[in-house]
Ligand binder design. Structure first.
Ligand code: DOR
Length: 438
């Protein structure tokens, strides 16, 4: 197990009330010391420790992306656990939580064990599997939730689809509560979505594309809040896209319901107007919405209605994304741009601070999923992200570690980037030191 001494960092963890110059010692994968005394840090790390000089930049808890698609098993031309985990550390994420809409879906104990074993074998980032709610993600019978939980599934989701009926969701929530796991819900009502491919409104009419109304999401969010109230179980709303959804979630929290929610960098920054060139790179579910929705999502992040930021990294084959808009698959990649996009758009160009942002990417997702990480604290795993908040860089998706290129932010000039990513005390990515995960 590696030992590491991180010197001269700005130790920054708002959830732990930490903001000071100092050093971190990691030994046997665990944080042994953090504080201002370099001598004590060196002693705690031991004589054989690798030394990393952070040169005054921020050392934050390792970032956690609670919503990614790694396409493994089944689609290794698009992504694998290895390529996805490399993309994760290149984007500053030490942990990713992967959705079960693989081929076959992760709906039993064996698949959960496979993903964990493969993640350990490749070793770049921590990978936490999510099990399907229903067998085969077909929306019929419940999957083997208890066995998957015992094998290590941290939550359940049929992401890509909502659980089709309130009755089935009630049963799933009852089991999930017994297993002490949240249900992560993709909120879109199939009967309202129909053949919709983008936000329903002026732009969809102009473009002659079938629309998806806001209510398609909101009826499921409202239903799920009601089912959480009925069962007392924890529902987490994935990739919130509309202002009314934010309001429903805010009110549910005020009533004391066990509801949490996430927003994606793309829903926080892009409106449906980008679809006007018919480029399928902007096709995503739920669809990109309006400026007012973006404002409401950002307000939700500020006041706690929305708990976390997650990329919904959804790789697709280039050929598939070259189909015409209505035929192309939905989804965009985000692991390697998430931090830079939200830092630029929310901090540099809006009134967020790093103090607002870091918990949304660390302690909050950890707490939602019970991962026991996401903080800089002695005794926790040595997962640390070194961030240069002033680094200006340009997104070039040809240089991505992800196997896919469906990035809506390609060519964007961003400010703020992870310059090193440390997992259990091992430097997995170091932009300047030439350590890359390959
Ligand atoms: O656009 C999307 N693509 N939304 C999802 O929820 C699933 C994802 C995928 O798996 O491609």
């Amino acid at each position: 197990m590696p030992s590491l001494l991180i010197k001269n960092a700005k130790l920054f963890d708002p959830s732990a009330g930490l903001d000071m110059s100092g050093h971190i010692a990691v030994k046997d994968g665990i944080i042994r010391y953090l504080g201002g005394d370099e001598g004590t840090a060196a002693l705690a790390a031991g004589p054989d420790a690798v030394v990393f000089d952070a040169r005054g930049r921020m050392a934050t808890p390792g970032l956690i992306d609670m919503h990614v698609h790694l396409r493994d098993p089944g689609n290794d031309a698009v992504e694998t656990i290895a390529s996805g985990a490399m993309a994760a550390v290149a984007g500053g994420f030490t942990s990713v939580v992967c959705m079960p809409n693989t081929e076959p879906p992760v709906d039993d104990e064996a698949s959960v064990i496979f993903q964990q074993r493969e993640a350990r074998r490749v070793g770049f980032a921590n990978v936490f599997p999510v099990g399907a709610i229903t067998a085969g993600r077909k929306g019929g019978e419940l999957a083997e939730m208890s066995q998957m939980a015992s094998a290590g599934a941290v939550a359940f989701s049929d992401d890509g689809d909502a659980v089709p009926t309130a009755g089935l969701l009630r049963r799933a929530l009852t089991y999930a509560k017994m297993l002490n796991r949240p249900i992560l819900e993709h909120c879109e009502d199939e009967s309202l979505k129909g053949e919709g491919v983008m936000d329903e409104g002026f732009m969809s009419t102009m473009l002659g594309l079938k629309g998806i109304p806001d209510e398609c999401e909101e009826v499921i969010v409202a239903r799920d809040v009601a089912m959480s109230r009925l069962t007392g179980a924890h529902v987490h709303i994935q990739h919130v896209s509309t202002a009314n959804s934010v309001e429903i979630i805010r009110n549910a929290k005020l009533e004391g319901s066990r509801v949490t929610a996430e927003a994606t960098p793309h829903h926080l920054t892009l409106t449906c107007d980008v679809v006007k060139g018919y480029d399928p790179v902007f096709k995503v579910n739920p669809p990109l919405r309006s400026e007012q929705d973006i404002v409401a999502l950002r307000k939700g992040l500020k006041d706690g209605a929305i708990d976390a930021i997650a990329s919904d990294h959804a790789p697709h084959l280039e050929e598939a994304k070259e189909l015409e808009f209505a035929q192309a698959p939905s989804g965009m990649i985000g692991l390697e741009t998430a931090l830079g996009v939200v830092a630029t758009k929310l901090i540099d160009e809006d009134d967020f601070t790093w103090e607002d942002l870091i918990p949304l990417l660390t302690s909050k997702p950890s707490d939602i999923l019970g991962l026991g990480r996401g903080r800089l604290k002695v005794g926790l795993p040595g997962d640390v992200t070194i961030i240069d908040p002033d680094l200006v860089w340009t997104v070039d998706c040809e240089r991505f570690y992800s196997k896919s290129r469906n990035c809506p932010f390609n060519g964007w000039k961003l400010k703020g980037r992870a310059v090193a990513t440390i997992v259990s005390g091992k430097i997995m990515f170091d932009l300047e030191g030439g350590i890359d995960p390959c």
